[in-house]
Design a protein. Structure first.
Length: 292
């Protein structure tokens, strides 16, 4: 999977229009200077030779240097990646419990006013574009009300609004999935049996029904966790956060190959680790599932 991702990322960046050597040298630079820069960057070699050199360095933990700043990409990742991971984790902590609670209450109070209101909010949250929601929250809570700082920092106060922006869509998806899954599970025979044995409704819901309803939710939460890391590109740009998303946007505009390829590979590894964690969580939640 990593090999396929590396090939796709490398080829996409190199086949995109524009000349990195031209951007580095400047639009008014003479052709001789551009050619020297292209040779210095190794862009004059065949594409397969460039990929071989790239993948060889990556296997040694060397992601190369920025074509513009000449700084090591690994040093930029060490500084910026914790900001993005912190943002994704806060968004998950804020969004996922709210989604699960809203889904449980909606299912246990089916067709009530809360059920209808939560589903309308979930549909709205899943439909609103992230960049628009971010700008709206920024204008309201940071600019007009002054409750949060505007942009640029990495402390918790600077991350609340971006985390809410980033976690709204996953929370909406989880709430709808929990509601539909729990409604289906509550009709099962073992739930009726648990109630007939005299168990309290809380025990029936949270110990028996919800545990089985969470199987598909775990997959969605895991995918959304990876999506949060990848979706930080837009959110970090809106709020001016110094994470890998903001770094990638700047690098794409400058055709800075190494500064784009390294974060994308990191995100791919993140997705793979999440999928592995999901497989392990399946066995914990449902003993009937076995990989033996």
């Amino acid at each position: 999977m990593l090999f396929g991702v590396s090939v796709a990322v490398f080829m996409t960046m190199h086949l995109a229009p524009g000349d990195p050597a031209q951007l580095v040298a400047g639009m008014d630079a003479p052709p001789e200077t551009i050619e020297l820069i292209r040779k210095d960057l190794g862009l004059d070699q065949p594409i397969w030779v460039q990929y071989q050199q790239f993948i060889t360095k990556v296997l040694r933990g060397d992601f190369g240097r920025s074509l513009h700043s000449k700084t090591k990409v690994s040093e930029q990742l060490v500084v910026r990646l914790p900001v993005t991971i912190r943002l994704a984790l806060i968004a998950m902590v804020l969004g996922m419990p709210m989604g699960v609670v809203a889904g449980v209450i909606g299912a246990t109070h089916h067709r009530s006013w809360f059920d209808h209101a939560s589903m309308v909010l979930a549909l709205t949250g899943a439909s609103v574009p992230t960049f628009w929601l971010g700008l709206l929250l920024l204008a309201l809570f940071a600019v007009r009300l002054g409750w949060f700082p505007v942009a640029g920092g990495v402390s918790l106060s600077y991350l609340i609004l971006p985390a809410v922006t980033l976690g709204t869509r996953p929370a909406a998806l989880v709430s709808r999935l929990v509601r539909s899954g729990l409604l289906e599970v509550l009709r099962e025979d073992y739930v009726r049996t648990a109630r007939a044995k005299g168990l309290s409704e809380r025990v029936v819901i949270y110990r028996h029904a919800l545990r089985n309803a969470l199987i598909p939710v775990i997959t969605t939460v895991a995918v959304q966790m990876g999506t949060l890391l990848a979706g930080s590109v837009i959110t970090e740009s809106v709020f001016g956060l110094p994470g890998i998303g903001n770094m990638m946007v700047t690098a794409i505009l400058n055709r800075d190959f190494p500064m784009v390829q390294a974060p994308l590979l990191v995100i791919a590894v993140w997705f793979m680790l999440i999928n592995l964690t999901v497989d392990i969580a399946y066995v914990t939640l449902d003993p009937r599932i076995s990989y033996g």
